[in-house]
Design a protein around this ligand. Structure first.
Ligand SMILES: [Zn+2]
Length: 554
């Protein structure tokens, strides 16, 4: 059939509205970054038979899964993880070498986001409120988005944990909110635009006292049937992490939250599924009250769920509690995606979901199964290390300043005064460490740059090293060993290593211009930020070392 000119014009115009309806806009109205704290890659599948259709399964079915996404540095902790996702850089450049480290300029150990120059806003608790992103040394994708259009894009961070909100939101966000255990409120600090006080809508939200509601009911299993995917019965002997005082009372489902709250206060919310629900409650309020996604400039909500990390630490990766946490989180993700559909439409919102690190097996459990594993007593080694130094140099003194995250910081002035060469002191520490069970190897930063190319996890170890911040000696443990003896010596689980259980995380893209699909091509966690930059046609963050994931960029 041949159409004349008039017929062709009519046909084109009759199709045009449909074409417009189906074509995503040039830029998304909103980007929602979801970070699930301590989510291992296998949780997408291990619990799948009990997930609903609208959460993780929907993301996997309609979105694009980068199924081979790994952390490309050590240590795999929450602060460095959130920083790497959003800066596209590793600790070597973004400076976030841990959740805590010895700060030589402060002369003491520091927490990653502590900033004594700012005031708490929304609480009088200085420990909870004096935080900022000032320790982060490179820009985030959220910074670049704001810089790209004269600050017209809005950026907001929301997370129960301060560092999970602050680091993603970057240096110049519109707001960053986190949770205060003392008041049960969302709070911020004077670093942010709300320096004069919480906006009225945040005060109104806090006045609803939702934490009281979430902690007024026991925590029972979401589903009545046994959780065959978890280790039960018999897991009780392995769930004794020392993270939660609740564990002092041996207990199982249903957990009597109202009674525990009387002793533990609002901090209890962190460990329970209500914390994730409360995070979504507030995120939806942010979208509404801060009017995100309402104009031609893409806005960004950085959302991070802390509950799975607290729970995984306390109970371990095979606990029914951990499974229940994920089943209920699946419900919260369902709720979030539905709300985004209704408010913006799927084609207008770009979502990515990933994790800040994975999680280990419980060493005690592996040992009982005859699989090599162990806990290195890091919290007790400062004394013996110092003793070894004193014996070598022959002069008493306190040479070890701090031991944390498998790193040792030495007092250079004290070594000088004792006429003890730093290099010789480091040799003493390395020899001592290499003779301990579970220690794979020990190094100075200089050694690390001389490791042979095929040294196991050599590049990951190098990328975790910051020239001004890292310790004088660092050590790695064997697979399935961890160094958090203080909290998880007798049970529970942790993370921090370069090994797959800590490094392999989900990465799913969904919504705006994202094709359904999956790739097993290697992806690094630092690829997320450059990929977002490519999608938005803006510059990638200034320390970014990642690559663009070609399959998801249109
Ligand atoms: Zn953790």
């Amino acid at each position: 059939m041949r159409l004349n000119f008039l017929q062709t014009i009519c046909l084109v115009f009759s199709l045009t509205p449909q074409l417009f309806a189906q074509t995503p806009p040039e830029r998304p109205k909103l980007i929602v970054g979801i970070v699930v704290d301590q989510m291992r890659y296998d949780y997408l599948y291990r619990y799948q038979s009990k997930y609903g259709p609208g959460g993780f399964k929907r993301l996997l079915g309609e979105g694009f899964s980068c199924a081979n996404t790994l952390y490309n540095y050590v240590p795999t902790y929450t602060g460095p993880g959130h920083a790497a996702i959003y800066t596209g850089a590793t600790p070597a450049l973004n400076g976030i070498i841990g959740n805590d480290w010895y700060d030589r300029s402060w002369g003491r150990s520091r927490y990653v986001t502590t900033d004594t120059t700012v005031r708490p806003v929304g609480t009088d608790d200085t420990r909870a409120g004096r935080h900022s992103p000032r320790s982060l040394l490179s820009t985030t994708i959220t910074d670049e988005l704001r810089l790209s259009n004269n600050m017209r894009s809005k950026v907001v961070g929301v997370c129960i944990k301060d560092r999970g909100s602050i680091l993603p939101a970057g240096h110049i966000p519109n707001a960053s909110y986190w949770f205060d255990d003392k008041t049960g409120n969302w709070i911020t600090s004077s670093y942010y635009p709300d320096s004069l006080g919480l906006p009225q809508w945040v005060q109104d939200f806090n006045a609803r006292r939702l934490p009281d509601l979430y902690l007024s009911r026991p925590w029972d299993k979401a589903l009545p049937e046994p959780y065959a995917e978890s280790f039960n019965p018999g897991w009780d002997k392995y769930d004794d992490g020392k993270y939660l005082p609740m564990s002092l009372v041996p207990e199982n489902f249903p957990y009597d939250l109202p009674t525990h709250k009387q002793k533990l206060g609002y901090g209890l919310l962190r460990f329970t599924p209500g914390g994730n629900a409360f995070t979504v409650d507030f995120a939806l309020e942010v979208l509404d009250k801060m009017e995100l996604g309402q104009d031609e400039y893409p806005d960004m909500l950085c959302l991070s769920f802390s509950g799975p990390d607290y729970c995984g630490h306390q109970f371990g990766i095979h606990a029914e509690e951990t499974q229940d946490m994920y089943l209920r989180l699946d419900g919260q993700i369902t709720r979030l995606l539905r709300a985004l559909d209704e408010k913006y439409g799927k084609n207008n919102v770009l979502v990515f979901l990933t994790a800040d690190h994975g999680g280990s097996e419980t060493p005690l459990h592996l040992q009982d199964l005859n699989i090599p594993a162990g806990v290195f007593p890091e919290s007790t080694i400062a004394g013996p290390l110092n003793k070894a130094l004193v014996e070598k140099c022959g002069r008493p003194g306190k040479y070890v300043l701090d031991v944390a995250n498998q790193q040792i910081w030495l007092d250079h002035a004290a070594l000088d005064a004792a006429d003890f060469d730093l290099e010789d002191a480091c040799e003493v520490l390395k020899t001592w460490l290499r003779n301990q069970p579970g220690v794979y190897d020990a190094y100075t930063p200089e050694d690390i740059f001389e490791l042979p190319e095929d040294y196991p996890y050599g590049p990951e170890i190098r990328r975790g090293l910051h020239p001004r911040r890292s310790g004088d000696v660092l050590f790695q443990l064997d697979p399935a060993w961890h160094a958090d003896d203080k909290y998880f010596g007798s049970g529970g689980a942790t993370h921090g290593s370069p090994y797959p259980y800590d490094a392999h995380v989900p990465l799913i893209w969904y919504g705006w211009k994202i094709p359904a699909g999956e790739t097993f091509a290697p992806v690094s966690i630092t690829d997320i930020a450059p990929t977002l930059a490519a999608m938005l046609r803006i510059m990638r963050p200034n320390g970014s070392t990642g690559s663009i994931i070609q399959q998801v960029v249109r």
